[in-house]
Design a protein around this ligand. Sequence first.
Ligand SMILES: Nc1ncnc2c1ncn2[C@@H]1O[C@H](COP(=O)(O)OP(=O)(O)O)[C@@H](O)[C@H]1O
Ligand SMILES: [Mg+2]
Length: 346
Amino acid sequence: MLSGPKGVSFILALLIALFSSVFLSLMAGASPELLAVSFALTFAWSFIAVYVALEFLIFREINRIYVFLEKVRAKDFKLPRKKVFKASNPLQRLNAEISAYATKKQQEIDELKKLENYRREFLANVSHELKTPIFAAQGFIHTLIDGAVDDKSVRDKFLEKAARSLDGLDVLVQDLLTLSQMEAGDIKMQYEKFDLPELALEVFEQLEEKAASKKVKFRFDRNYEKPIMAYADRSRIGQVLTNLIDNAIKYGTEGGKVTVEFETDKEHVTVAVRDDGPGIEPEHLKRIFERFYRIEKSRSKDKGGTGLGLAIVKHIIEAHRSKVSVTSKPGKGTQFRFRLDRAENH
Ligand SMILES: Nc1ncnc2c1ncn2[C@@H]1O[C@H](COP(=O)(O)OP(=O)(O)O)[C@@H](O)[C@H]1O
Ligand SMILES: [Mg+2]
């Protein structure tokens, strides 16, 4: 209470009255009655004068600012209210309000700067990734126009190379579209009940040729005779499995194995895709889910990767309110795992 206008006026008035009384008492002939009356009068007048000055000139104005700030804050964000309200001194309250507001704004600015950097980096990456196949196709076609078209064997080879570059471009643009639609929230997951081992078999079939070219064998960790029903977006989970198994073939060893396993508990089923390839060094492990992140840039590009596969996997799994994790032992292999809801509870 002493920090409010009344308290401050009281202390100031007391000091002024004391000071003037002490001063009076030094003069000859000052009777105790005179001293008492002078003390009382000085105290009363000083108190009123100081109080009016403080209340009307300063505290009221500060309170107005405070009320205004309060309105801004209510519109803008939620602050921990307790801390601010405890201080009865408006100056302290004001201070607390302003510093909380400034801190919050600074956080917002930092976040925006981070996003801006991210956006710039992403744009640079996209342009770079698009440039490569376009330049390649352009080169082949121009060489053909400049005369190579007359030689039949050269013509076929160049046309095929140009087509392959454009196919790569197509995959890249498709992946980019999927990512951006998922980020914009345009894609809703279409939940349904389906059998996971059956879906995995479909993906095995799709990637059969690719696996055969590297003599890679697909297998389940055991026989899944009974269905394992999940409640998720079937085609999106198919895409997740395709991306993971495709990576396991591409980055695994020639003649290696790709294993898929399912583990159930009461509510969930955990899916794991495992390979026995060279694995991933710990310093890369954290970053492989970032867009365009590749461990060996040139090698990965030769294998037709866009660097977006795992970013898409992460997005899809997160859209299912779950997480994808990876463990890897260099030299031994890599395992990706994610958890889905079991159909039984839906
Ligand atoms: N099973 C794996 N074994 C080793 N490295 C892998 C594996 N899966 C992914 N990676 C690494 O993670 C990177 C990112 O993968 P991904 O996003 O699918 O991109 P891409 O397949 O287009 O290269 C790959 O370039 C590769 O270096
Ligand atoms: Mg991939």
